[in-house]
Design a protein around this ligand. Structure first.
Ligand SMILES: NC(=O)c1ccc[n+]([C@@H]2O[C@H](COP(=O)([O-])OP(=O)(O)OC[C@H]3O[C@@H](n4cnc5c(N)ncnc54)[C@H](O)[C@@H]3O)[C@@H](O)[C@H]2O)c1
Ligand SMILES: O=c1ccn([C@@H]2O[C@H](COP(=O)(O)OP(=O)(O)O[C@H]3O[C@H](CO)[C@@H](O)[C@H](O)[C@H]3O)[C@@H](O)[C@H]2O)c(=O)[nH]1
Length: 458
């Protein structure tokens, strides 16, 4: 059992802290946000993550985890301090390392024992060399301190499961002491451990994330070509997936990748390469494709409708993916303002993300349009002229094709997640546009009727 402190209780820090407690370590989680700390002490998770609340309550009741804003008490006698604070994107694409630097300084000024500092946050290659030097420069007491890299690979929505059943744990160290200690900390997880040097560990994180982002952008690129040549990306992806060298995961074409990681980590690696005089052409291409993909459906709808002014627009799904209330880089954030500027009256549904969205776009009049939040997809669809699907929540996938025809005034559906079979929507008399699939025209008379209603509303 080790005494562990964790700096930052976001998706990475809190989940790591709780899982360390669960496998037997003594953990104190530190955050600067007092509201968060008060919530956590009551056993309430400040983030929406499956299973997290239960594990927090269980381990807090057992005295294996505590939460505090007082970093001094948490750091001074810790065997290891894990850093999980944010490294957000700056306007030039580089990673903002100021949160890491603050924690490093706090550690240097408080530790009273030998201590291993472990950086879980995603940081540019070479950062941890500087973090170690920085801590040593500011060290107050005569203790041994070393920095290790231990990048995190959990995905939001399945963070606890991904931590307890990780495909691998990457540890990047520069000494036997650090390597052995991290091995012992992780031993109870009983998971494969890949031990490399510090810079390689930092690079593994970016290379893995950017590879996945590249895979998605590649599929989106092919999807767009499929549309113009009359192929179906769903069938193409299925055909590709049988090849074990390609695999079946992350082949879903859609409205572009979002979230707190892929967009920022692609830009950060591209920036890092540029600083070094190297042009990372593959990642640049992935970033470019993703940028265009986010508004692809909106542009398609603009060509069909001319304007959204005065139209009732149903928006199904606001978060960047299902299973989370996180809106960071969500396609909804790109498209909703465009619709509002055009004067659309939006009726938005999301099972968990609506409250966060309301903070950015309060209900009521907004720009030239308006936004209303509803509790059920059917309420958003009632009397709507157009529907956009941005997130593939189970509750949205459960809407039957026939419901669009029944509820909407003009059943025009733009699906950014390809959740329906073309034939089912066609049979239900829905004019259905998706990503990378041929558009099946419903009967001519029906199509004209929709144009007329849309034209009248415009
Ligand atoms: N979110 C993910 O799914 C994920 C997965 C893998 C890696 N990462 C990486 O992990 C890092 C953290 O991401 P996140 O999404 O968990 O961040 P987050 O923004 O959700 O949480 C960061 C937390 O750190 C706290 N904090 C800031 N300064 C602090 C300080 N001095 N002391 C203590 N706490 C402080 C903030 O109040 C906040 O609660 C980033 O580098 C990210 O790229 C994220
Ligand atoms: O086939 C796919 C798979 C995903 N996505 C999109 O890609 C984004 C990211 O999805 P996902 O990877 O499931 O979520 P994250 O929580 O952002 O997790 C990623 O980013 C984390 C932060 O670095 C890493 O730890 C994880 O391993 C990595 O999967 C989302 O917008 C998805 O809609 C697609 O468009 N098509």
């Amino acid at each position: 059992m080790y005494i562990i402190a964790v700096a930052g209780t976001g998706y990475v820090g809190l989940v790591a802290g709780v899982c360390f407690a669960e496998i037997g370590h003594q953990v104190t989680c530190v955050d600067i946000d007092e509201n968060k700390v008060n919530l956590m002490k009551k056993g309430i998770s400040p983030i929406y993550e499956a299973d997290l609340g239960d594990l927090m309550q269980k381990n807090y009741a057992a005295g294996k985890i505590d939460y505090t804003t007082d970093y001094r008490s948490a750091y001074k006698n810790a065997d290891a301090i894990f850093i999980g604070v944010g490294t957000p994107e700056q306007s030039d694409g580089s990673a903002d390392l100021s949160y890491i630097a603050t924690v490093a300084r706090q550690i240097a000024e408080t530790i009273e024992n030998d201590c291993l500092v472990v950086v879980k946050s995603t940081v540019p290659v070479g950062t941890n060399d500087k973090v170690e030097q920085f801590i040593k420069d500011f060290l107050v007491n005569d203790v041994k301190v070393e920095v290790a890299s231990n990048p995190e690979f959990l995905a939001q929505g399945s963070a606890v499961h991904d931590t307890l059943h990780a495909a691998r744990i990457i540890i990047g160290t520069e000494s036997k002491w650090a390597e052995e200690m991290l091995m012992k900390i992780y031993q109870p997880f009983n998971l494969p451990i890949v031990s490399v040097n510090r810079r390689s560990a930092e690079m593994i994180k970016y290379a893995a994330n950017d590879f996945l982002a590249l895979k998605i952008s590649y599929m989106n690129d092919i999807a767009n070509l499929c549309e113009s040549v009359g192929a179906d990306i769903q069938d193409v992806a299925r055909g590709m997936s049988f090849d074990e060298r390609i695999g079946s995961k992350f082949l879903n074409a859609g409205i572009g990748y979002g979230g707190s990681c892929f967009p920022k980590d692609t830009k950060a690696l591209e920036y890092l390469a540029r600083q070094d005089g190297y042009e990372l052409r593959t990642i640049k291409a992935a970033i470019g494709v993703n940028k265009d993909q986010k508004t692809m459906l909106y542009k398609k709808a603009c060509r069909r409708l001319i304007t959204f002014n005065g139209l009732k627009v149903a928006v199904l799904g606001l978060t960047f993916k299902p299973g989370t209330d996180d809106l960071r880089e969500a396609p909804s954030l790109e498209n909703v303002p465009l619709l509002l500027e055009q004067g659309a009256d939006i009726y938005a549904y999301d099972p968990v993300g609506a409250d966060n969205f309301k903070n950015k776009y309060p209900a009521g009049k907004n720009s030239r349009g308006s936004i209303t939040y509803v509790d059920k997809p059917e309420q958003a669809l009632e009397g709507a002229n157009v529907c956009f699907i941005f997130t593939e929540w189970g509750e949205i996938k459960a809407v039957e094709p026939g419901t669009y025809k029944e509820q909407m005034r003009t059943p025009l559906v733009y699906d950014g997640r390809n959740i329906y079979e073309l034939a089912d929507m066609n049979e239900a008399w829905v004019e259905y546009y998706s990503i990378g699939r041929p558009f099946i025209k419903t009967s001519k008379e029906f199509s004209i009727a929709i144009s007329e209603v849309a034209a009248i509303k415009c």
